[in-house]
Each structure stands twice: as structure tokens, then as C-alpha cells.
Design a protein around this ligand. Structure first.
Ligand SMILES: NC(=O)c1ccc[n+]([C@@H]2O[C@H](COP(=O)([O-])OP(=O)(O)OC[C@H]3O[C@@H](n4cnc5c(N)ncnc54)[C@H](O)[C@@H]3O)[C@@H](O)[C@H]2O)c1
Length: 277
């Protein structure tokens, strides 16, 4: 997809960080934005930025990606109001740290319901309509560098992001073999200065403290603070979609991390611990 002018771009998790950056970037390209999030205040901020800074058209929708029926309703209403969806960005995500043997099952349910089922629900609601329209389209699923290399003390998040990456590969292959003119990219950012370390701000019920999880979240907050500006990620996504890139990274160190991991696996060894930047 080359020209985004007048195209409809639906973005989940658009009330903050990377999703907000994508909303502004696609609006600057002339796309009409449907920004979705559970955070009404964050959505207001994004809508203002899209209008004031990008001169764009934006609809802000409170949608919880854990709710498949809500995404179905959204897909139908986007079709009715805007004539369909051209670019779908399944971006909403949350983080919870901790060792896999300590994390309560509620943490697994919460992270997987947003990071994995959020994408699954998005695909089930939007892709059949995008295929039926016969129009050119593109899907961007946000995974992470943690979906390409396994890091420590964040097993739930890593599992959710490896799943998001695998899901994106299968989706791309299946769409290609079906002949639908819909491209797929998986966004695997390195550190970005967002609010991901305080994901629990949007969580209704927080189970009792998990010692290592809180320590990891404070390390993650420092790590993100050193990351790039989320407003710089949006144009990288636009550029990656335009080039038809499957994997979109935010630093040029991605191939080296993959090489180290894959060479170890090719020797049947455990990949060495690598901390991405
Ligand atoms: N920040 C990083 O360093 C980094 C690195 C790699 C990947 N990511 C991924 O980028 C994506 C965006 O995160 P971010 O870093 O911008 O964090 P963020 O916390 O700033 O933004 C995430 C947004 O998702 C929303 N959200 C959370 N649960 C939701 C739900 N159930 N339904 C709808 N919206 C929901 C939040 O309200 C928030 O506005 C996530 O998938 C995250 O895993 C972030």
C-alpha cells in the first residue's frame, strides 16, 4: 500500500504511546483515523493531536480489545460510517513481569487476553470484511523485540509477543495464498518511551503483589525512559507498510539479535540471554 490519502485506519491502544504515534503518522499521510482505547482521557489527547498537529479526521472509540463482541460491533460501525477499513493496527498491549512459576493465573489471563486475544478478536472482526471489500489493505500487529528474542523475568509478556509474531506470520501466509490484496506487518519495537511499565493503571482488579513483578516493572520503566519517542515510531510504521516490510523494527540492531538467537538454535542450544536496547 503506497497512498494512505482518504484511507481508513483503525488503531487499538491509540490513547497513548505507540498507538498515538501511529494515529498521528497515518493522519499526516491523509488517512482518516478510528482511534480505540479503554482510556477515554488518553483518547481525547490523541484526537486533539490528530486534529491540531496533523489536521486529520478522527473518531475516538472506547473499545476493550478483550471483548470480541465489542470489536465485531466496531468493525460493523466502521463499515457503516466510513465505508470499511483499509489499515488495521492491532496495537493495544499490557505488560506484567514475574517468574513464570510465581505469576498468578490472573496475570496470565490478563496479559494474554489483551496482547494475544486482542489481536485475535481484531482479526476475526475486521479481516472477513476487508477481504469481502476486495480493496487493498494492510494489517499491522504490534508484537515486540520480546516476540523475537526471549528475555528474563517477563515470561507472560514474552509468550504473548512470540504468539503475536507467529500469528502475524500465519496470517500473512494465509492471506497471500487466499489471493486477498492485504499485506501484513509485525511491529517489533525496541525500547520506546511510553507508559507500558505502568500498564496496571488500566486494570480493574489487581491481584496481590508479586515480588519480582514489581521489581521488573521498575526496571522496565527505566528502560523505556531511555527509549525513543513514540512519535518517531509512527513514521517508521508508515514507511514499513509502504515498503511492504513484514518485520518492522525501531533500531538497526534487530538482525544481530536474530542472528545470535538463530545460530544458537541451529546448534540445538539454548539461545544466550540478550537484552535488547
Ligand atoms: N514501549 C515499549 O518499549 C514497547 C516495546 C515493544 C512493544 N511494545 C508494545 O507496543 C504496544 C503499545 O504499548 P505502548 O508502549 O505504547 O504502551 P502504553 O501503555 O503507552 O499504550 C498502550 C495503550 O493500550 C491501551 N490498552 C490497554 N489495555 C487495553 C484494552 N484491553 N483495550 C484497549 N486498549 C487497551 C492503554 O490504555 C494504552 O493507551 C503494546 O502492544 C506493547 O506491548 C512497547
Amino acid at each position: 500500500m503506497q497512498d494512505f490519502h482518504g484511507k481508513v485506519s483503525v488503531i487499538t491502544g491509540a490513547g497513548s504511546g505507540i498507538g498515538r504515534g501511529m494515529a498521528v503518522a497515518f493522519a499526516r499521510e491523509g488517512a482518516r483515523i478510528v482511534a480505540c482505547d479503554v482510556d477515554a482521557e488518553g483518547l481525547d489527547g490523541t484526537a486533539k493531536l490528530v486534529r491540531d498537529e496533523a489536521g486529520g479526521e478522527v473518531a475516538a472509540e472506547i473499545v476493550d480489545v478483550r471483548d470480541g463482541a465489542a470489536l465485531e460491533t466496531l468493525a460493523a460501525s466502521v463499515e457503516e460510517r466510513f465505508g470499511g477499513t483499509d489499515v488495521l493496527c492491532n496495537n493495544a498491549g499490557v505488560f506484567r513481569g514475574g517468574h513464570v512459576w510465581q505469576s498468578p493465573v490472573e496475570d496470565w489471563d490478563w496479559v494474554l487476553s489483551v496482547n494475544l486475544y486482542g489481536i485475535i478478536h481484531g482479526l476475526r472482526a475486521f479481516v472477513p470484511r476487508m477481504i469481502a471489500s476486495g480493496r487493498e489493505g494492510h494489517i499491522v500487529n504490534t508484537a515486540s523485540m520480546a516476540g523475537l528474542i526471549a528475555t528474563g523475568s517477563s515470561g507472560i509478556y514474552t509468550v504473548s509477543k512470540f504468539a503475536a509474531e507467529a500469528l502475524s506470520e500465519v496470517l500473512a501466509n494465509d492471506l497471500r495464498s487466499s489471493g486477498a490484496p492485504i499485506g501484513v506487518s509485525v511491529l517489533c519495537p525496541s525500547a520506546v518511551a511510553t507508559q507500558i511499565a505502568s500498564s496496571q493503571r488500566n486494570r480493574e482488579v489487581v491481584p496481590g503483589p508479586v515480588e519480582d513483578a514489581d521489581a521488573i516493572e521498575s526496571i522496565l520503566a527505566d528502560f523505556c525512559a531511555r527509549g525513543i519517542d513514540p512519535m518517531d515510531v509512527g513514521p517508521m510504521v508508515v514507511d514499513g507498510v509502504r515498503r511492504g516490510q513484514f518485520l518492522i523494527g525501531t533500531r538497526d540492531t534487530v538482525p544481530e539479535f536474530l542472528r545470535v538467537r538463530n545460530e544458537a538454535l541451529m546448534r540445538y542450544e539454548l539461545p544466550p540471554f540478550q537484552m535488547f536496547d
